[in-house]
Structure formats: structure tokens, C-alpha cells
Design a protein around this ligand. Structure first.
Ligand code: DI6
Ligand code: FE
Length: 410
């Protein structure tokens, strides 16, 4: 390959690279390396000793002083667009009220749905922006945002539009997922199948036609949607050429992951109760397992996801915040890296792969999540001496510089 260094505009020298091109096996490390950007892409990377000649006058050279470069981070499962918050419920529970009592008093997901329905687009945008900003300042350059607190056509579309508008506010790639089948809205509480009809026959066609979402998700659970209802939503998504994701086996093992595998889903998320059959199905369908340590922590769960079996079958593991007002009001990707290691016993290399190469895979971003030739130049420079520091501590932000599509963002 000929190297056209005259097209370079930015060059990192004196850096170590965690390329993450080797999955979770190692960091794909290149020590004493260099990396060049041309346009929005990575144009060269390797050992600094093999750096080809370049024109010092036309290239901005950044001396990394031995710091580490990683791909920009990917938060592949969030619900950051919503109205209100549920701090009052958090407090009520700690004062002795049960979840059921709170739900009966109009709390839980239903309360977020009514607050989201009441909020205007600009109010939703204003409340989501600080959440995205917090993540971006920690190195997040790509994020998935789900709908699912509107639960009617107008309000689901409103949420998806706001998720799209966030991309105009910050240099972050946003993938939108339609989660109309998140919970049953109160007006359908006696007719769940009619709500599924609405999701399949009205919402999905409109959303597909308007290109308002990149994927479709379902919360398949006893407190969510049944396997039969879930399959109906998957079939509608497939008919409209939308990829599938699923909230599955979070509280029990219903078999939603294996069902999603039949529809070539991108990912199955949560999966604390997933069994070996489901894991084999994931492997065969090349799915990604999305682990959500924030929800595990906040709900004080005790059932660990089946990490050993996921490793055995080499199912890629992504890590995400699940940022949402009910089960994970957490906007901190560093904390997720730490919790993935402390709670789920992932190695730091596995955890970092979870928010880079495998996070990107979970949302179908083929050109992101790795430092590799021709990949998008979404790059974070970290003030750390070794990659494990990103998982080891949190509370001090080690981000030094951030580039998105070749442009300096931070
Ligand atoms: N699983 C969860 O943990 C959240 N949604 C989902 O499908 C809960 C969302 C909420 O309580 O608002
Ligand atoms: Fe979620």
C-alpha cells in the first residue's frame, strides 16, 4: 500500500496505542507508537520507528508524552431521553415503601411515561443534553439511545426526534433504537395484544418510513412482553428491514435471546439468567452480549450474567450504562468499566473491549471502536500509564484530548 502522508492533517507521536483490534484478548497494544489522521479516517498507525516521512508544516503534531490512545468510547445501550426523574421513588423505597406500592401510586415506568408525554421536544432535549455531555466528557463518541417512554405513536416519535437532535448539539454519533415494546401503557392494560398491534402495524411502519430509528428493541419479561408478543414485534421489524435488539433474561429465562438469534439480532442485553442453549444460539447468530452492571448494582441484583459460558463460546461482551431513570440513573462510563471488573469479574481488557470494539458491534457500527487503518478517526488520548487504569479508578477524569471523525472535540 502506498502511504500518502501529504493528506495527513493530524499526527500523534510518542503515544501508546490500545488499538482494540484483537477483541478482548489483549488491548492490541502498540507501545511507542504513532497514529496519523487524514480527513475523518485513520490513515496510518504503527511503531513510531517506522513512521514514514511527512511534511511537518502541514501536519499538526501532537506529542502524547507516553500517554495512551484508545478508540473513542461507545455506550451501546442507553435511555437518556426522558421526562422527570424518579428520585422520589428512590427515597420512598429507602423509607420502606415497596416497589408494588409505588407502582400502585402511579410510580415506576408509568410515571416516567407521563412526564415524558407532558414534556415538549425542547424540554426533553434540554434534560438529555447534560446526560450526553457527561458521557462525552468521559470519552464517549458513539451512543445508542432508545425510545420507550412515550408508548404511543406521537410520543415515541417525539423521543426519537429528540435523540436525533442531540447529534446537532455534540459531536457524538447517535444510533436510535425504537423500544415501543418497553412497557404496557395504562390505556392498554386490559388489552396488551392491541398495544402490540399498534407497535407492529402503526409505529414500526411510520418509524421505518421516516428513518427515525436504526433498530427495534423489545423488553421480553414477565413484567414486559411475552415471547409470542416479542416475536410479533421482531417479525414487523424484519419486514421493515430494521435490525433487532432485545432486553432479555434480565429477571428470568424466557428464551428471548434464542428467539432473537433466529431473527439475526445484533445483541441481547442484560442476560443475567441466560442459559447455555441461549448462548450457543447467540454464537451461531454472531450476536453480541450487552452487560449492564449499572442496573445490576442499582437493583441490587445477585444473579451474575454467565460470563464463563460467554467466554467459552466466544460470544463478544459489550458493556454499557443502561442510563435510565428507573434501574440505572448513572451517566458514568468509567464507573461501568470498574463495575464490569468488580461485579462481573471481567478483565480490564475485556471491559475496555466492551466499550470499544464490541460496543460498536452491538449497534452495527462497522467502522468504529478500533484504531485501525480506514476506521473513523474517533480517538481518545488518556493521561494514563497503562490501559487498566481506565477500569481501576473512577472519579478523576483521565481524558486528555478527544477527536471525532478527525476533528478535535475536547
Ligand atoms: N429494563 C430496565 O431495567 C429498564 N427498562 C428495561 O427494559 C427499567 C426502566 C425504568 O424503570 O424506567
Ligand atoms: Fe435498558
Amino acid at each position: 500500500m502506498t502511504i500518502n502522508s501529504s493528506a495527513w492533517h493530524t499526527l500523534f507521536i510518542n503515544v501508546n496505542l490500545a488499538t482494540m483490534t484483537d477483541g478482548a484478548n489483549s488491548y492490541g497494544a502498540i507501545e511507542n507508537g504513532a497514529l496519523a489522521i487524514s480527513g475523518s479516517k485513520i490513515a496510518w498507525l504503527g511503531a513510531e520507528t517506522s513512521l514514514p516521512p511527512y511534511d511537518e508544516k502541514s501536519v499538526r503534531v501532537i506529542d502524547g508524552n507516553g500517554k495512551w490512545l484508545t478508540p473513542g468510547l461507545v455506550d451501546c445501550h442507553t435511555h437518556i431521553v426522558y421526562g422527570g426523574n424518579r428520585a422520589n421513588e428512590f427515597e420512598m423505597r429507602l423509607l420502606g415503601k415497596s416497589y408494588q406500592e409505588i407502582a400502585n401510586a402511579g410510580g415506576g415506568i408509568v410515571s416516567t411515561v407521563s412526564a415524558t408525554r407532558k414534556a415538549s421536544e425542547s424540554e426533553l432535549l434540554a434534560s438529555a443534553l447534560p446526560r450526553l455531555t457527561a458521557l462525552h466528557q468521559q470519552g464517549v463518541t458513539s451512543i445508542e439511545i432508545k425510545s420507550g417512554y412515550g408508548l404511543d405513536t406521537e410520543n415515541e416519535i417525539k423521543m426519537l426526534k429528540v435523540a436525533g437532535q442531540l447529534a446537532e448539539k455534540l459531536p457524538v454519533t447517535i444510533k436510535r433504537t425504537f423500544l415501543g415494546a418497553h412497557a404496557l401503557p395504562v390505556e392498554y392494560k386490559d388489552n396488551p395484544d392491541e398495544y402490540v398491534d399498534l407497535v407492529c402495524d402503526e409505529m414500526i411502519p411510520i418509524i421505518a418510513e421516516g428513518k427515525l430509528a436504526d433498530a427495534v428493541d423489545v423488553f421480553c419479561e414477565s413484567i414486559g412482553f411475552s415471547l409470542v408478543q416479542t416475536e410479533r414485534v421482531f417479525a414487523a421489524a424484519q419486514k421493515h428491514h430494521l435490525p433487532i435488539k432485545v432486553h432479555a433474561e434480565q429477571l428470568s429465562n424466557l428464551g428471548a435471546t434464542a428467539l432473537a438469534a433466529k431473527y439475526n439480532a445484533l445483541s441481547s442485553d442484560h442476560i443475567e439468567f441466560l442459559d447455555e442453549t441461549g448462548i450457543k444460539a447467540m454464537k451461531d447468530a454472531d450476536m453480541t452480549a450487552v452487560l449492564l452492571p449499572g442496573a445490576f448494582y442499582f437493583l441490587r441484583e445477585t444473579q451474575l450474567p454467565p460470563m464463563e459460558l460467554l467466554r467459552k463460546y466466544q460470544v463478544p461482551m459489550a458493556i454499557a450504562t443502561d442510563a435510565n431513570p428507573g434501574s440505572s440513573p448513572i451517566h458514568n462510563i468509567q464507573l461501568m468499566l470498574n463495575m464490569a471488573c468488580t461485579f462481573f469479574r471481567l478483565t480490564p481488557a475485556e471491559a475496555l473491549a466492551g466499550v470499544t470494539c464490541y460496543g460498536a458491534k452491538a449497534i452495527g457500527l462497522a467502522n468504529k471502536g478500533q484504531l485501525a487503518l480506514g476506521f473513523d478517526a474517533d480517538i481518545a488520548l488518556w493521561n494514563i500509564e497503562q490501559p487498566a487504569e481506565l477500569c481501576y479508578q473512577f472519579g478523576i477524569n483521565p481524558l486528555s484530548e478527544l477527536f471525532v471523525a478527525g476533528n478535535k472535540a475536547i
